[in-house]
Design a protein around this ligand. Sequence first.
Ligand SMILES: [Zn+2]
Length: 230
Amino acid sequence: MDLKSTKRKGRYDLRRRSKLVAFDMDGTLLNGRVIYFIGERFGFLGEIKSIMRGRIPPLEKSKIIAKHLAGLDAKEILDTIKKIPLMTGALETIDRIKEKGYPMGVISDSFTIATSYLTKKLDLDFHMANDLEVQQGIVTGRIFAPLGWEQANCSCRRSICKRFFLRKFANSMNIPISNCIAIGDSLGDWCMLEEAGMGIAFHPKDRDLTKYADEVIKEQDLTRVLRWIV
Ligand SMILES: [Zn+2]
């Protein structure tokens, strides 16, 4: 992966009225990783962890992980997702952003079964993730990856290019990208943190992510982002 930063500094304007907030899901809005909870519930956590550690291109990784879900009941997966705790401070943070009237949502390289549930539960404005194919209530093991890097000219080559979808949501709501706030904790978030006027590395799992961030929050408390959302 090309990790050279092209971050353009100093564009974010705290005084601008219109803002948009994009959250990553695993380890950011949720205190944990959806696929780990599913792996634990259905008995293949070890395999998932070794795939995650492996040197497989990110898009392939998403496809291989989805194959592990083949044959599972989508409702049981959703029941597992419902038990994952929110990040410390998530509810307070979301309430404060709502008070300001800023649109916010989740852009994740996990699955829409989780992001759509969270979007409804937390009353968010948008979400984007990989779509798990489900037939008669059973997961087939195939995913529809949204991609986007081929259009955004992004080197992430992931199942979802968070840069592309951040831009897309911002454009659709007429909010300049310089006034978007992107918040994420892992390397999968680098291109959205680089793209946003304010990229925040939240409790980062990988030091490399901080190269793309304007701000780094070391504490595992989401309310720490609020000082940048005024
Ligand atoms: Zn990208």
